[in-house]
Ligand binder design. Structure first.
Ligand SMILES: Cc1cc2nc3c(=O)[nH]c(=O)nc-3n(C[C@H](O)[C@H](O)[C@H](O)COP(=O)(O)O)c2cc1C
Length: 159
């Protein structure tokens, strides 16, 4: 299978968009946009996120062993693009505060967040699968809308 066809097939699956955030060894916030994210287990509560081995956020994840999954609100495509870039300081102009696990919570741009402790790191091709135990977080309030991604385009949920 060629790379373009693989991406086109995977792009047929609509997803939400989340920014995975952590702190690096200099106590600086780091993060990347993700959609390779899913629920794994209810007891204990586990989720997984897949991170490229070339990610600049990776050393921070391995250092802190913690992360926050920030589920972006509708209309935050520009913010998703910032966190999908290689900008050295993606947090400039972004509102955040430490979640209870100390990792950055993008509290004004999200409908929900999950605070995780890294439970497992699994090598899978050119990515690493991080399994996180969800120890805290906030579900979405009624009526809030998520940022979504389908065929390389941002959108939202329209009921
Ligand atoms: C909608 C969207 C979803 C993405 N999903 C992932 C993902 O699940 N895992 C990943 O490693 N990169 C994903 N990326 C790409 C990263 O955000 C991108 O490589 C980013 O530059 C990584 O930043 P970093 O090197 O500072 O960690 C996604 C990008 C977009 C736009």
């Amino acid at each position: 299978m060629d790379r373009a066809t693989f991406f086109a097939i995977m792009g047929a699956f609509p997803t939400g968009v989340a920014v995975v955030t952590t702190m690096d060894d200099r106590n600086q916030p780091r993060g990347l946009t993700t959609n390779a994210l899913c629920s794994v287990s209810a007891e204990p509560p586990l989720l997984l996120v897949c991170v490229d081995k070339n990610s600049n956020t990776l050393p921070g994840l391995r250092h802190s062993r913690k992360f926050v999954v920030n589920y972006l609100s509708a209309g935050r495509g520009d913010l998703a693009n910032v966190f999908a870039s290689k900008e050295p300081d993606k947090f400039q102009g972004v509102s955040w505060r430490p979640a209870s696990n100390g990792m950055p919570w993008l509290h004004t741009d999200t409908i929900a967040h999950a605070e995780c402790l890294i439970n497992q790191e699994i090598e899978a091709g050119d990515h690493l699968v991080f399994v996180g135990e969800v120890v805290d977080g906030h579900p979405p309030a009624p009526g809030t809308r998520p940022l979504m991604y389908f065929r390389r385009t941002y959108g939202t949920w329209d009921d």
